[in-house]
Design a protein around this ligand. Structure first.
Ligand code: ZN
Length: 204
């Protein structure tokens, strides 16, 4: 059985009605929070700008690392949850289905319309996103970028591969790393992320 994205979306929509007064949503074994993407973008890009031109590379690396660790730990919690066991696990026939399940959940969380363009087991994952809120946010605030600006999705793409094909949790977090080959913030028509084993260099 293939992963039924609609079924997962409906489960998240139903479940997300339950939230406490602070907006915390207990769902799929983790605590999610309602968060303004404007605010996230402001913190993220202001941090990068404040770090200055000289340390831009460091700022970018830190933001990607934070997203990768967050995605890795969050989706480990999710795939260990009762809801995953009940809803998603019965649809999983292969390791690759797990990656599809992760993407369906990430879409349901509002992280972007993540479309898997290629998945080579244990080797490579290519995810295309047409509506990245980071690219939108960047373009709203600044002029066109000269490099990819979707640090969250970039870290998350690598985290998905680390969870499925890396060493056992928690040792596989950085076993893959991702590049953003195309980004709307730099004028491309969509954003595209490629995760490969960390030791392998990127090429288009
Ligand atoms: Zn982008």
């Amino acid at each position: 059985m293939a992963i039924d994205t609609r079924k997962i979306l409906h489960a998240v929509m139903e479940g997300s009605r339950i939230r406490d007064s602070k907006g915390i949503i207990p769902l799929f074994g983790v605590y999610l929070s309602l968060f303004s993407v404007e605010y996230y973008n402001k913190i993220s890009f202001d941090f990068e700008k404040k770090m200055g031109q000289e340390r831009a590379g460091q700022a970018e690396a830190l933001l990607i690392k934070a997203a990768q660790e967050c995605g890795y730990a969050t989706f480990q919690g999710i795939r260990s949850s009762w809801e995953w066991e009940q809803l998603v696990a019965p649809m999983i026939e292969s390791k690759e289905d797990q990656v599809h399940g992760f993407c369906a959940l990430a879409m349901a969380f509002g992280w972007g319309d993540m479309e898997i363009k290629a998945l080579i087991p244990g080797e490579q994952l290519v995810i295309r996103v047409r509506d990245s809120y980071e690219a939108d946010g960047y373009l709203k605030r600044y002029a066109r970028a000269d490099s990819g600006k979707c640090y969250m999705l970039r870290g998350v793409t690598a985290a998905f591969m680390g969870l499925v094909y890396g060493e056992d949790y928690p040792d596989g977090c950085f076993s893959f790393s991702a590049a953003e080959m195309l980004c709307r913030a730099k004028g491309d028509s969509y954003c595209e992320f490629v995760a490969r084993k960390s030791s392998q260099p990127y090429s288009a």
